[in-house]
Unconditional design. Structure first.
Length: 191
């Protein structure tokens, strides 16, 4: 594969996936932090990307579009490489990294030969999404923490909520201490 980076043409291959359609797999052990491939394709505006897929069936979640920034989308369906075959997973072993308006796929942990390489698509929700949007972008990764959708969660992740609750509890304890101290001070005052 000529698309790999850092001299790794024999590191990954595209083949049938149990997750979805085609997938990218490790041919040999890959170390954490390895930059595998650049996500390439035709660079277009958001407006152009939308118009290209305007006639697409609303129940078809198959996409090769990658948002680079507020102006640029990479359409890997036109001039794309093997990076377009990385599947989504809720507990991925890779991540997308954007540097100088270029997109790369890098490993986030050590990878064993034969392992499918995935990253979290983090597809943004839109105000005008149909009610069944989670079904349209259903996830089949099989991870214990699977969200059931490739879309970004509608709610904040639980750890943030716990932190907010911890802060509220700490504030409440601090206020209770202040009240107790005020009562003690009042009780010890002489008239």
């Amino acid at each position: 594969m000529a698309d790999a980076i850092q001299g790794t043409p024999d590191t990954i291959e595209v083949r049938r996936s149990n997750v979805h359609g085609m997938g990218v797999f490790a041919l040999k052990p890959i170390a954490k932090g390895t930059r595998l491939i650049e996500y390439v394709g035709e660079r277009v505006s958001h407006k152009e990307a939308d118009s290209r897929y305007e006639e697409k069936d609303a129940t078809d979640a198959h996409t090769f579009l990658f948002i680079v920034d507020s102006r640029t989308v990479i359409d890997a369906g036109v001039g794309g490489n093997d990076a377009r075959f990385f599947n989504h997973a809720c507990n991925p072993n890779c991540e997308s990294v954007i540097e100088a308006k270029r997109v790369y796929i890098e490993t986030t942990r050590d990878i064993a030969p034969g392992e499918e390489l995935t990253y979290d698509y983090q597809i943004q929700r839109e105000k005008d999404d149909p009610e069944n949007i989670d079904e349209v972008f259903a996830c089949h990764c099989g991870a214990p923490n699977c969200r059931g959708t490739m879309l970004w969660p509608t709610k904040r992740p639980e750890p943030r909520k716990r932190k907010a609750k911890q802060k509220a509890a700490a504030k409440s304890r601090t206020q209770a201490k202040k009240k107790t101290m005020r009562k003690k001070k009042k009780g010890s005052r002489r008239r």
